[in-house]
Every structure is written in structure tokens, then in C-alpha cells.
Design a protein around this ligand. Sequence first.
Ligand code: JD8
Length: 388
Amino acid sequence: MRIDVVTIFPDYLAPLGLSLPGKAQDKGLLDVHVHDLRQWTHDRHRTVDDTPYGGGAGMVMKPEPWGEALDEVAGDGATLVVPTPSGAPFTQAVATELAGRQHLVIACGRYEGIDQRVMDDAAARMEVRELSIGDYVLNGGEVAALAIIEAVVRLLPGFMGNTESLSEESHADGLLEYPVYTKPADWRGHAVPEVLLSGDHARIAEWRHQQSVWRTAERRPDLAHPASAVDVAGVAGTLSLAQPSDAGELLTLQRACWWQEQQANPGVEIPALGEDLADVQVWMRDWTTLVLRVGGRLVGLARGRREGDLWDIGRIAVAPDLQGRGLGRVLLRAIEDAAPPEVTGFVLFTGAASARNIRMYKKAGYRLRGAEAGVPGAVRLTKRRGSR
Ligand code: JD8
């Protein structure tokens, strides 16, 4: 692979000569060239910036030096990578994609950024990827270029000694990495988890997977519960993790659905009907909550939280006009799957007279366990995890 980097601070890219990219170059796997943008200026002050059209703070990088630089450095087959905070997320998937290219040209901007016409002009003859390495603001593209190059080069075939470890990494399977330990087995009174000393590779693999899933749910719920498409009985929608902004629609949905429950269970006190918006906002912080949207309308809800080793599932709700199509089953399965790995079983309760609900739960493998303590008129159902 050939990588050309264009910047007004070439020394910033000096680290490319070290460590990883350095070795790749020694191995002939990588050919890196760093260029100073100012060599494509023609005035005494080697000017690369000017004031922004439309006014505003700061300066913008002029198109002419960039145009000449890319004419010289980026042939048609090249992929132009432009780090920018307004770019598409740079992810492991994008890194894998770029690792398959033959020639990357990375344009490092400064000031308020590069005149947009530079990217528009280049897009006429080459692939252009405006990418962001994260939701924070840097002062220029150089640091991002270093991160992108490291993430791409280490994926080059023949570069990483044991490719096996590549597949185990964070983000490789959408999960964060499990915690790692090395000798001594006890350090400052901190012991290494016993399972890792057991030699039982199956248990070790299971423990590591559980740790990864738990960490991902805790630290990256966006990864843990990626939005998923639902298509049941002609209803196409999206299932995703609830956001704080969903509170109002959740309140509306639960009032609509539990009004029906109240009709089916007269005299039974139904908590959902006693809640206001603030109550919903409070419980959203304590429960893992999934919402189903169809055509942008929030039409389904399910929530779950730990209750000891059990996953307490609640508020399975489907908009009245969409009931009876199996969406409840979809929500139930999804909230079960959202349970952390150490959960051994599921528990939920519903109105004793809610025959349709009870039928659905039984079909899903739940067993009636009698009256729900503390909730008059409600019955408890449980299911062991893994027993579909
Ligand atoms: C390129 C100029 C600075 C950005 C005014 C501060 C990437 N994840 C990221 N954060 N920041 C960048 C980035 C910042 C850059 C340039 C990348 C070129 N700046 C500008 C707009 C606001 N200053 C980045 N990838």
C-alpha cells in the first residue's frame, strides 16, 4: 500500500517512521510519503489560508494549493481521506475497507478546514472519504491521520504476526474487549479471576465473552443494542435502545395500553396508569428500555433490569392498533436478549385476567408461578434462560 500525507506540519507525521508503519515499510508492505502543502504555493508568503466567505471566525484553507497538490499526488485510482469533525465515523469496519485500497492520500486540514470545493473537485475523479475519528474537536487533521494510518496499516495482510488475534479485538465482533491479566496471580491484594487460572478453556472463553458483553452493555449501549430491523406480519419497523427524548411517547403508549389492561382487570391498581412524564424519565434511567418504531411512530416498548440473578422484564406494550400481529413476541425476545450474560432467568408479571398476555408468555416458554407478591390481581411468570 502507498500512503501520501499532505499537511502544513510535516513534522507532525514523523511518528510514521517509528514502530508500526516503520516496520511495515521495512517489510515493503507500506510506502509512506509526507508532503508540505506549501510547496504548492507560489507567493512570497507561501499563503495557504484566507478569510471565510460568508464571514465568521478563523481562516479557511485556500483551494488552489490543495488542487495542485492532489493533481500531483493523487492519481485517479487513489482514495482521498480527509479527516474532519464533520466526517462520517471512522470505525474498524472503515479501517478494514481502507486496508484493501492500493493508494491512500490523506489531506490534513488546519484552521477552520479546507475549502469544500477541493473535495468536490476530487470526487469527480477519485473516491473521497471525509472521516471523523471521534466526537471531540482537534486543531487539525494530523493526529487523526496518524490514528487512521495505524488502524489501517495493522490490518495489512502479512503485517500482524498472528492474524488470529485481530479477530478477537474490540469492535471486531461489535463487543468491547474482556479484561486481561498477567503474572503475578496476586498483586497488591488484587487476585486474578480464578477462572483464568483453571486451564478450563471452555469456561475461560465463556467468562471472557460474558465480560465483553457486560462491558459493552455498560460502556457502549449503542454497540450493545444496535438498532435492528423488525418485519412481522407486514409491519416493518426498527427496534432500538430508548433515548431520553422518547419519554413523552412512552408515557402516551403506556397510558393507551394499560387503559386496556385496566378494562381487563377492573379494580387492579396499575402502576403505569399512575405515572406522569417525570416518573417515566426516572425509571428510564434504571431500566434497559427498548422501543419499536414504525414509520417513525413509537408503537412498542419493553424494559428489563437485574433482580438478583434474574432479569425482571416489564412493560411489554404494543400500540392498540398494531396488537395481535406478534410484535409482543418480538419485543419479549429482544428484551430477553438484552439481558447481561450472568442473568440465569427471566421474571415478569401481568394481570391475572390478561388471558392474551398469559397465552403469549406461555408460548414463549414462561410458567405461571401464582400471585405476584405486592401487586394485587397480578400473576408472576418465570422462565429459565436458554429454555426457549
Ligand atoms: C481536521 C481543521 C480544526 C475543526 C474549528 C477547530 C477528525 N475527530 C476530529 N475532531 N477534530 C478533527 C479535525 C479538526 C480539524 C481538521 C480534523 C482541520 N480542524 C477545526 C472545525 C472547528 N477547528 C477530527 N478527524
